[in-house]
Write a protein that binds this ligand. Structure first.
Ligand code: FES
Ligand SMILES: [Fe+2]
Length: 421
């Protein structure tokens, strides 16, 4: 549990808040590249870390991310004309380039140099893994992009999309690293019976021994989590996941299998984006892997990227399905609806002074502590290590069946699998 004060310290992300300042030391995915499909296409509204912003792709194909409000008299640049390397406010025609410089001011006399004095707030952007990324922190501290493996694999080895969640970002991170829920929330009523014939290692062992024993290690990038279950008489099954500063998760994978990552970016204190990447480090994604992604995409409302199953329709819960088919009665592939139903239903900011954490919540406790400590350290002048060391992101999650006397990080094949060379 956290006190109300600690809870709000962790949850608030706006400019000037301690957590907001910590987050602003890192690069953030702000929208999908597909939302700005071509040069000079319509601009898009977005909101990140409580800031209302407009994204546009200019004539050269570069992405600008500027304040929503025109610095003249504050009309929204959403209505702007995206033309000849700049976004023009349609109220009085002031035009801004991707650097935020005012490049034309037709409402002022030609001899005026007022335009050289006016700028709009603009953030630097990059593109990678199908996402537009932005850096919103102090200019002099702008780091390199994190060296995540999925930013560096060929196009046929990854897919990415995003889903809107209607809750604070931290409880969504908690859902991602709380891997014990997979064998409950996401299970079907016959999962245990089917585990004997399961073709995956996870399917074989996750249901027989539901509560795993958690082991958590601090790393430079965040935390490494080993969830240990009984496998055969002489072995354990380890599900290995990660949380990376400040909100990147990597859920367990099949031994040597393809991988998934969540990037849980605050929209504001009460909503967040779940950017979702599936990638394979070694080969093109299979049809099956792409199919899961397509199902997820098909269940999203256009423009908002909110799941069709959402809190307004109780995530399409079907009580008959809950009685006879699966644990929740909520469809599995509907834009992560099972997860969203749980984390959204806690309330926009979960009331953590009324929770009761058990032994399987160990990773959650550690993640919160690391996040809070990093924000406190920054208040005292210590910059977060991971932000300026992009190489610490060269990691993966994992999964392995190991002899009972081997700790998961001591095994050579696990070491090989959870670091990117
Ligand atoms: S309000 Fe934008 S140009 Fe006047
Ligand atoms: Fe889940």
């Amino acid at each position: 549990m956290l006190t109300h004060q600690e809870n709000m310290f962790m949850a608030q992300v706006g400019p000037g808040t301690p957590m907001g300042e910590l987050l602003r030391r890192f690069w953030h995915p702000v929208l999908l590249s597909e939302e700005l499909p071509e040069p000079d296409c319509p601009p898009k509204r977005t909101k990140i870390l409580g800031e209302e912003l407009i994204a546009f792709r200019d004539t050269n194909g570069d992405v600008g991310l500027v304040d929503n409000y025109c610095p003249h008299r504050r009309a929204s640049l959403f209505f702007g004309r995206n033309e000849e390397s700049g976004l023009r406010c349609v109220y009085h025609g002031w035009k801004f380039d991707i650097n935020g410089d005012c490049v034309d001011m037709p409402s002022e006399p030609a001899e005026s140099n007022f335009k050289d004095k006016v700028k709009i707030n603009a953030y630097p952007t990059r593109e990678g893994a199908g996402m537009v990324w932005a850096y919103m922190g102090p200019k002099e501290l702008q780091p390199e992009m994190p060296q995540l493996e999925y930013l560096d694999v060929p196009e046929d080895q990854f897919v990415s999309t995003k889903v809107m969640y209607e809750s604070n970002f931290v409880q969504v991170i908690e859902g991602e690293i709380d891997t014990v829920h997979a064998s409950l929330l996401h299970s079907n009523l016959d999962s245990l019976a089917k585990s004997e014939s399961a073709t995956t290692v996870g399917g074989r062992y996750s249901y027989k021994d539901r509560p795993p024993r958690f082991f958590v290690e601090d790393t430079d990038s965040g935390i490494l989590i080993g969830a240990r279950r009984e496998a055969e008489e002489d072995s354990y099954y380890w599900r290995i996941s990660r949380w990376l500063f400040p909100y990147i998760t990597m859920i367990p994978r099949e031994p040597q299998g393809s991988a998934r990552s969540g990037l849980i970016v605050p929209i504001d204190d009460e909503n967040c984006w779940f950017f979702w990447v599936r990638w394979n480090p070694f080969r093109a994604l299979s049809d099956d892997e792409i199919q899961t992604y397509k199902l997820m995409q098909a269940s999203l409302a256009p423009v908002t990227y909110l799941g069709q199953a959402n809190k307004r329709n109780d995530y399409m819960i079907d009580r008959e399905m809950q009685r006879t088919v699966n644990y929740t009665g909520i469809p599995q592939n509907n834009a992560r609806a099972q997860d969203a139903a749980m984390t959204d239903s806690m309330g926009a900011i979960s009331d953590r002074d009324n929770e009761h954490l058990g032994t399987t919540d160990m990773a959650i406790i550690r993640m919160r502590r690391r996040l809070i400590q990093a924000a406190q350290a920054l208040q005292e002048g210590t910059e977060p290590y991971a932000a300026s060391h992009p190489e610490v992101y060269k990691v993966r999650s994992g999964g392995a069946v190991l002899p009972r006397d081997v700790y998961f990080t001591d095994d050579a094949s696990v070491q090989e699998d959870i670091f990117v060379k």
